[in-house]
Design a protein around this ligand. Structure first.
Ligand SMILES: [Zn+2]
Length: 258
């Protein structure tokens, strides 16, 4: 009976809707994997988020989000981003969803230093600061070594030109660019919401923020060796860190190429 009520017009509408949705929006897929183990044998987990409309060789841009390099600054902001339900409820107009729809791929490494996170410590189990170990000649800690292998094996072969990375730290309220980048020339600050207030987040170099240069940061490593437009985001201590991150990523994705 139901079928009989369907006119040609209805069928046509259904067909148009079906072809439109399959053409415009594929399904967002979240794949998890392991890229190694920490010194204390904790799994180093990776997530790949992609729109299933695109084959691997059709991807045109990559966003890499890392969290927990310093265990004492870990906020769990990326937890929600690794849930498939988060992506399914996200409107297609949202910049992160739009990024996937435009053949982007997002990788998330939610706990770069799981032993440090467990102890709420800045350092690895061995007492090393991972954010000083990311030099090609160094990579002494297995957490940094496995991360570099992950990028070499998973991201570098994609031959994608547009690569953006954001390494999440806390809580200086700054966006730090890799040492050879000059995004701050055009964007001296970005505006994000903190509660009801608009906050200006300065875009700086590490040397502006700390008055010295630290070799071996993850952002410099990704910029120099793999051509990432690479940032450290010193988040705020805030109620809704995920929203801050979403706004931040929206702004970063708008940055003109440098
Ligand atoms: Zn830090």
């Amino acid at each position: 009976m139901v079928l009989k009520r369907l006119t040609h017009f209805h069928v046509l509408l259904i067909l148009i809707a079906a072809s439109f949705s399959s053409f415009t929006y594929g399904k967002t897929i979240v794949k998890s994997g392991s890229y190694g183990r920490s010194y204390e044998d904790r799994v180093l987990t990776s997530y790949k988020i992609v729109d299933d409309s695109y084959a691997q060789n059709e991807l045109t841009k990559v966003l890499l989000i890392t969290e927990g390099v310093h265990g004492n600054e870990y906020m769990g902001i990326t937890n929600k981003l690794t849930q498939v339900n988060y992506w399914h409820q996200l409107p297609v107009t949202h910049p992160l969803k739009a990024f996937l729809k435009q053949a982007g791929v997002i990788y998330i490494l939610p706990k770069v230093n799981p032993d440090g996170i467990e102890r709420k410590s800045r350092f690895t189990y061995n007492g090393h600061d991972l954010n000083r170990d990311f030099l090609e000649r160094k990579l002494n800690q297995q957490e940094s070594y496995y991360l570099s292998e992950f990028v070499k094996e998973e991201i570098a072969p994609l031959s994608i030109k547009t690569k953006i990375s954001v390494d999440l730290h806390c809580c200086g309220g700054k966006l730090l660019q890799a040492k050879d980048m000059n995004v701050s020339d055009n964007y001296p600050f970005i505006t994000v919401l903190r509660g009801p207030e608009a906050m200006k987040v300065p875009v700086q170099h590490t040397r502006d923020h700390f008055k010295t240069f630290f070799p071996g940061t993850l952002k410099d490593y990704l910029h120099e060796n793999f051509g990432f437009k690479a940032f450290t985001f010193e988040n705020f201590e805030i109620d809704h860190p995920l929203r801050e991150l979403e706004v931040l990523l929206e702004k970063i994705l708008e940055f003109k190429s440098h």
